[in-house]
Design a protein around this ligand. Structure first.
Ligand code: S3P
Length: 426
């Protein structure tokens, strides 16, 4: 795909599609609940469709209507053995969360996904699930998918995770639904807490204190109506576009602003961004707001520590913003970027450098010297949706033409992304 510099300010409104993390969870928890769960503003991205297809194979009827998704849940013990391998596609969330559920089932399952999934670390869930008594193995013995999960009785554990990962935390808590006693997970920093909020809403006995979440087994989960807020990770591209294209003013509607996800807002504000929250609201315990974003002059910042899990998926676009900020930006404590859909440290450095930025990879992040103009280049997305979207925004503020390879990979989390971005240029 070829993109050119914006020849005028970006103006108008954009309504962001549903949150990916919350959409996945709505299907999973709906499947384990008694009764019919109704989900509106569900994200029809490829990742969430992978979750739907897996649960259909596990015997759950899921109706996809234009306005809503209906999940006919069969309770905690209603899943049935699939007749073939579960295909998780490109989705780390599907893989890790479903593994926690499958560990508690009285049948064997195998799951596998695309090339990216087959290189992402699964030992981080295999280890805690094994401590609970689960029978889970990496079929090729390399700590990655494909995975085989057999029936085994589960015991409650108190697990201290080395990584602040909502996928690891959620996997263990979901296995905890099927354990013989309480299970808790402590993480170094609090990661996104959508599992805790939504499971509680469905009736789970789950408590949170600091960075520890604790679940008691065998609740009766009850079907719910879920309205999925817009995904702040998708909104981040429009925030960035509004901030860096001169004269822009964009209203981004109905964005989830859960404090475990809003690190990008904090970082942008610290950089000097003009962002106003309007219409603050709440959807089933998930805070939402409209974001009014105006072009701003930015300055460099340091991003690290507890902030990192709250903007982990936004770090690529934060690195782009740093190129438009005066001074140096340091991103640290972000080793996790290396094990996302691509190695996002290497891929960002490669592509930003191609556009003329001064950026260096470090062991746990990047150092960006801002204030140098970017020019168009050929960008390799490495089939990573967040890289493709970051550079589509970069193209709007770079001289000349930018070509993005495998630009279609945005269908993972935001199928209409280019259409919505174009909509602000008229
Ligand atoms: C997600 C958690 C994050 C995030 C991913 C979605 C989730 O991963 O990067 O896109 O839905 O739980 P980790 O929790 O492994 O960091």
């Amino acid at each position: 795909m070829k993109l050119s510099k914006a020849d005028r300010p970006l103006r108008g409104n954009v309504t962001i599609p549903g949150d990916k993390s919350i959409s996945h969870r709505s299907i999973m928890f709906g499947a384990l609940a008694e009764g019919t769960t109704r989900v509106t503003n569900f994200l029809r991205g490829a990742d969430c469709l992978s979750t739907i297809s897996c649960f259909r194979k596990l015997g759950i009827a899921i109706e996809e209507n234009p306005a809503e998704i209906l999940i006919h849940g069969k309770g905690l013990h209603g899943l049935t053995a699939p007749d073939s391998i579960l295909d998780v596609g490109n989705s780390g969330t599907t893989t890790r969360l479903i593994s926690g559920i499958l560990a508690g089932q009285p049948f064997t399952t195998e799951l596998n996904g695309d090339k990216s999934i087959q290189s992402r670390p699964m030992k981080r869930i295999i280890d805690p699930l094994s401590l609970m008594g689960a029978d889970i193995e990496s079929i090729r013995g390399n700590g990655c998918a494909p995975l085989r999960i057999r029936s085994a009785p589960l015991h409650g554990i108190h697990y201290t995770s080395k990584v602040a990962s909502a996928q690891v935390k959620s996997c263990i808590l979901l296995a905890g639904l099927y354990a013989d006693s309480e299970t808790s997970v402590t993480e170094p920093y609090l990661s996104r807490n959508h599992t805790e909020i939504m499971l509680r809403h469905f009736g789970a006995k789950l408590t949170s204190a600091g960075t520890t979440a604790t679940i008691r087994p065998e609740p009766e989960l009850v079907a719910q109506d879920i309205k999925v807020p817009g995904d702040i990770s998708s909104a981040a591209y429009f925030i960035a576009a509004g901030l860096i294209v001169p004269g822009s003013e964009i209203l981004i509607r109905n964005v989830g602003v859960n404090p475990t996800r809003d690190g990008i807002l904090k970082v942008c504000r610290e950089m000097g961004a003009d962002i106003t929250l309007l219409n603050e609201n709440d959807e089933n315990g998930e805070p939402t707001a409209d974001l009014l974003v105006r072009h701003s002059s930015l300055h460099g910042v340091t991003i690290g520590g507890a902030l990192i899990p709250t903007l982990i998926d936004e770090l690529p676009v934060a690195a782009l913003l740093a190129c438009f900020a005066e001074g140096t930006t340091i991103i640290r404590d972000a080793q996790e970027l290396k094990v996302k859909e691509s190695n996002r440290i290497d891929v960002m450095v490669e592509n930003l450098t191609a556009m003329g930025a001064r950026v260096t990879a470090t062991d746990d992040g990047m150092i960006i010297e801002g204030g140098r103009p970017l020019h168009g280049a050929t960008i390799d997305s490495h089939l990573d949706h967040r890289i493709a979207m970051t550079f589509a925004v970069a193209a709007l503020a770079a001289d000349g033409e930018t070509e993005i390879r495998d630009a279609d990979c945005v269908q993972i989390s935001y199928p209409d992304f280019y259409h919505d971005l174009n909509g602000l240029q008229h």
